[in-house]
Design a protein around this ligand. Structure first.
Ligand code: CA
Length: 419
């Protein structure tokens, strides 16, 4: 599909992340007006709450948009999602007779503050990147036990905390925690010295499932509303001490940052790709009816305070072994109900080369091989470093972007129990 041209001329630039083909969903606030739903187009945000109020945008089951979250629309299901996209495409297309009705509700992105685009119901994080699992397993358990025996059969995950999910630009405070290094005779409580990122995609569940009713991979795919870029901040020293036998807990509970725009699944349809060949056959309930991953280029940059931004990793979402639809289907096998606003982290996305690893743990090989950045080196994140995760799908004369997923790490509190 080629670029769809819009009367918002900035959207027609082949480097613009928000062409008419994209129409991603965010929540924005402008001076004197409460936060509400908006759709990015070019360098602007279309105020869909105003369009709905004026009767330009009328959808079954609405109104949906005069509120600071997309959950109501997400719950409405695929027919309403398609109706929204169809109507916005009519209104925003080049030559549209309705330009006059919409143009006054186009707000510059530069004048708006972006908030969480949806209310996170629950957050589950997976471990579905083959290269990441192999790298981390090799570091934690040695090359012979790198992949746990269940890894090629189950999309491994754990239940995270919805309360820890924050939107891009939120500052991240370096956590304290219980750690036990090889030189410690007993554990100590101290600020994390191995604070890290995890480059992931997040799948956002729109349509809920019922308790006691497992869903197929095809049904799971139909439930997914869209995708965000996700940074699952991780304290490796806390993780190494706490993770056996129940997996990560406080190491992953400081924060998880998401990009400000949910890219609807429909915008990603031209970029579907298949998961890689199975090394062992999967059980039938995990069979995919078609391509369930997406060809999305990803990059991570690091900027020290007052320093220069440099790219520290480049990879692609198609590196995953399991798709979000498989993960979602697996999630329901127990009878677990999924809710509107559930967020599924893909797991860290690493490629098979050194410069395509999706965490500093891997890039510096557990701190043993610090990597170069302009003017210095890094093993893990230092105070006041800014990390930016970006993703884009490359179309025919256009790109699909998610907005930057940005976080700056602040120094740990001097005394977290000071009152
Ligand atoms: Ca993770």
């Amino acid at each position: 599909m080629p670029l769809m041209r819009s009367w918002v001329t900035s959207a027609n630039d082949e480097r613009c992340p928000f062409p008419l083909n994209n129409l991603p969903c965010g929540v924005f606030e402008t001076a004197g007006r409460a936060a509400r739903c908006g759709v990015a187009i070019g360098d602007g945000i279309l105020d869909v709450a105003e369009l709905e109020r004026e009767g330009v945008l009328v959808l079954d089951g609405g109104p949906y948009f005069e509120r600071p979250a997309w959950n109501a629309l997400m719950a409405a299901g695929p027919a309403v999602w398609a109706a929204l996209r169809g109507r916005l495409t009519e209104v925003l297309a080049e030559g549209s007779g309705e330009r006059g009705r919409a143009e006054s509700h186009l707000v510059p992105q530069s004048g708006a503050t972006l908030h969480m685009p949806f209310e996170v119901a629950e957050y589950t994080d997976f471990y579905a990147g083959r290269h990441h699992a192999s790298n981390v397993g090799t570091m934690f358990r040695g090359p012979d036990n790198a992949l746990p025996p269940n890894w090629l059969h189950i999309p491994i995950g754990y239940n995270g905390r919805a309360s820890s999910v924050v939107v891009s630009e939120t500052k991240i405070r370096r956590p304290w925690g219980q750690v036990k290094g090889p030189d410690h005779p007993a554990p100590v409580f101290q600020p994390s010295r191995r604070f890290d990122i995890e480059l992931e995609m997040g799948a956002v569940v729109g349509v809920p499932s019922q308790p006691g009713h497992p869903v197929t991979v095809a049904e799971a795919d139909a439930m997914i509303f869209g995708y965000v870029i996700l940074n699952d901040w991780s304290a490796r020293d806390i993780q190494a001490w706490e993770y056996q036998p129940l997996g990560p807990f406080q190491a992953k509970a400081t924060a998880t940052t998401i990009s400000p725009w949910i890219v609807m699944k429909a915008a990603l349809e031209p970029f579907r790709v298949s998961t890689p060949p199975r090394e062992v056959p999967l059980l039938p309930y995990l069979a995919e009816p078609g391509p369930m991953l997406y060809d999305i280029d990803l990059e991570v940059t690091l900027t020290p305070q007052g320093g220069e931004e440099s790219v520290i990793s480049r990879t692609n979402y198609h590196e995953m072994y399991y798709s979000a639809a498989q993960q979602l289907a697996h999630h329901t096998t127990s009878g677990c109900a999924m809710r509107t606003g559930d967020l599924l982290g893909s797991g860290t996305i690493s490629g098979d080369t050194k410069d395509s690893r999706g965490s500093l743990l891997e890039l510096s090989w557990g701190g043993k091989e610090p990597f170069q950045i302009p003017g210095g080196t890094r093993s893990f994140i230092e105070d006041n470093d800014t990390l930016v995760l970006r993703g884009q799908a490359n179309g025919d004369g256009y790109i699909i972007g998610f907005g930057d997923c940005t976080g700056t790490v602040l120094s740990a509190l001097t005394d977290p129990y000071a009152r």
